[in-house]
Design a protein around this ligand. Structure first.
Ligand code: 5AD
Ligand code: SF4
Length: 444
């Protein structure tokens, strides 16, 4: 038996996927995965650097874990993976001197060698090369007992939004080959997966061997046994009519779109280098809703970007009201090293104003969510059961095609991974509530 490893994941869906890649790489090298940190000899955390809070969270967590290595000695190798080492390895070395391995997102295939070298030499190992070719083409990620999986179709980003550190820590954009994506999807489906979520920082610029993202969606949807196909994230400047058409016409492609708008004022959008205006964004939304009336749209919003005035902020609220988002991820601007905004603009919106603006977007979103989600009341929706409800053991939780959460009573004849028809009775917060009306296949 090899040494046991434990991986904890912070951050986005791409990191969840990357941790599955790491698990696969380490298992192939003879290590054994443990889901219990106290049983592990190798401890990895996979990390996110997008906002300062995310960095602080990981550093605090590692301080909590330090005793497993330093005092107890059970952990022989402790490593930090992903975007934080790539962003600021010096800080990690200084604040967490017991760390043995630092690996950026493009170096996971070197981890077995790094672990070996570390065990032999007792010296810290670091690999932060950004490799523009790295796509982990031939590695099948390790997932267990899942009905829904992530499949990364591209890595990195070329957009250089002025606030964003991603292009610096994940490198240049590159698309994975169609062949390796299909191999991975087919493998997942043969293991019982029915829902696949294609991932990339900006999936709309996917391009491999002349195939664009809309065409890739159609191609992947042909995999037999696959029922639902999702994707994220789309960029408003790149989302094409062809893609909207595929969403409207291909029954396997789910009617949910994550389309971050970030800010509602043209001045701020310009400073952010987003490549579209509020009018462009709103007319895209209008077009999408016209072609796909039952679509659910979600977004990301940043408040407190440099120079954002009260008037600018009002424009953000205005875009929210006009767009009718199901849900938004609402962030306070966080200054990042290396970025254009950090180098050229002053982080000049006072903390208090930022917090107040965030509170206002959250409040507005709450009422928009109820309005959007509540429109399902009285309808029967097909739901993929994900798990037992966190709050009540006698209830199940699943999602509709629109990615809306549905809670309903548990019955003995259904289980995780089943699709059931649920009559929606009411909405509360971000959840729908209902009851199963008839088992098995149903209309979306
Ligand atoms: N500060 C705050 N939010 C940010 N995001 C990206 N960079 C920053 C930053 N520096 C947000 C954007 C993006 C989401 C993934 O994170 O809204 O869409
Ligand atoms: Fe960051 Fe912009 Fe790329 Fe998204 S599109 S990862 S916000 S640079």
């Amino acid at each position: 038996m090899g040494l046991k490893f434990y991986i904890e994941t912070f951050g986005c869906q791409m990191n969840v996927y990357d941790s599955e890649l790491v698990a696969s790489i380490l298992k192939t090298a003879g290590y054994e995965q443990s889901l219990n940190i106290h049983k592990a000899e190798i401890l990895f955390v996979n990390t996110c650097a997008i906002r300062e809070k995310a960095v602080e969270r990981v550093i605090n967590k590692m301080h909590q874990y330090a005793h497993l290595k330093v005092k107890k000695g059970k952990v022989k190798v402790a490593g930090i993976l992903g975007c934080i080492p790539q962003y600021s390895s010096d800080r990690l070395k200084k604040e967490l001197p017991f760390i043995d391995i630092l690996s950026g997102p493009d170096n996971y295939d070197k981890l077995p060698q790094m672990i070996n070298d570390c065990l032999k030499s007792k010296k810290m190992q670091e690999n932060l090369v950004l490799d523009k070719e790295q796509n982990y083409e031939d590695i099948l990620p390790f997932t267990e007992n899942k009905h829904s999986v992530f499949v990364t179709v591209m890595r990195g980003c070329n957009n250089y939004c002025s606030y964003c550190v991603v292009p610096y820590v994940r490198g240049r954009e590159r698309s994975r080959s169609v062949k390796s994506i299909l191999t991975e999807v087919k493998n997942a489906v043969s293991n019982g997966v029915t829902e696949v979520n294609l991932l990339g920082q900006n999936v709309n610029s996917y391009n491999s061997e002349g195939m664009n993202f809309a065409q890739l969606l159609n191609k992947v949807s042909e995999v037999e046994g696959l029922k639902r196909l999702r994707f994220a994230t789309s960029h408003p400047k790149d989302i094409s009519d062809e893609l909207i058409q595929v969403m409207a016409e291909n029954p396997k492609v789910c009617r949910h779109l994550h389309l971050p708008f970030q800010a509602g004022s043209n001045d701020v959008l310009k400073l952010m280098n987003r490549g579209y205006t509020r009018e462009d964004y709103l007319s895209k939304i209008e077009k999408i809703r016209k072609l796909i009336p039952d679509i659910a749209i979600t977004t990301d919003i940043i408040v407190g970007f440099p120079d954002e005035s009260d008037e600018d902020f009002e424009q953000t609220l205005d875009v929210m009201r006009r767009s009718g988002f199901d849900n938004s991820f609402m962030f306070i601007y966080s200054e990042r090293e290396l970025t254009h905004a950090k180098k050229n603009f002053k982080d000049n919106v006072p903390k208090k104003v930022k917090a107040e603006r965030q509170k206002r977007v959250i409040e507005l979103q709450k009422s928009l969510s109820i309005e959007q989600i509540g429109s399902d009341a009285g309808k029967t929706k097909e739901v993929l059961i994900e798990s037992v409800s966190k709050k009540r053991k006698n209830e199940l939780m699943g999602r509709t095609e629109q990615n809306r959460i549905v809670i309903f009573e548990r019955t003995n004849d259904v289980a995780e991974g089943d699709y059931v028809n649920v009559l929606i009775t009411r909405a509360e917060g971000l959840s729908l509530f209902g009851k199963i009306v008839n088992n098995g296949e149903g209309s979306k």
